[in-house]
Design a protein around this ligand. Structure first.
Ligand SMILES: [Zn+2]
Length: 161
């Protein structure tokens, strides 16, 4: 609504995200009185319900994912900004997916794919928790794949839980 003449007939001239993609700043022009003004609109993200491994549902909790990622990155040289970025990408991905429900394993895989490019040790740690390897062989295979991909940067001894 135009703050000058109260007309609802306004148009957007320019939009941009501010503050970590959570707020959109819009430059608007009133079609009735031609005055220009700025609005700040909070982005409402509708996130899917998470289906846990045991079949129970819970709400999508980015804080929980953050805790898992931070745990995986413990004592690694992953900058906080990189973790923030990753979490934002995850949240946006699932908000944009428009699925009403998502399995927790799908979220875990998504985090994993991104962690893999960030830090190999954090990747393995996260994998060991989230993917819940059904047997040791599977875990070793995963480690080998990792080594084959990234021979120059060997995970240190504390990569294996
Ligand atoms: Zn107006």
């Amino acid at each position: 609504m135009c703050p000058f003449c109260k007309s609802e007939d306004t148009r957007v001239i320019d939009s941009r995200f501010v503050r970590d993609q959570q707020t959109i700043r819009r430059r608007r022009c009133c079609n009735a009185c031609q005055q220009r003004f700025t609005t700040y609109e909070r982005v409402e993200r509708v996130l899917p319900v998470v289906i846990k491994r045991d079949g129970n549902r819970e709400s999508f909790d980015i804080a929980k994912i953050r805790a898992g990622v931070q745990h995986a990155c413990h004592k690694r040289t992953v900058p906080a900004a990189v973790i923030d970025d990753l979490l934002q990408r995850i949240e946006r991905h699932f908000a944009d997916a428009s699925e009403r429900e998502v399995e927790s394993a799908v979220i875990g895989d998504h985090v994993l794919r991104q962690l893999r490019d960030i830090d190999p040790v954090a990747y393995v740690r996260f994998a060991s928790v989230y993917r819940d390897f059904s047997d040791v062989g599977q875990f070793v295979t995963e480690l080998r794949t990792l080594h084959a991909d990234d021979g120059a940067d060997e995970p240190d001894g504390d990569a294996v839980p």
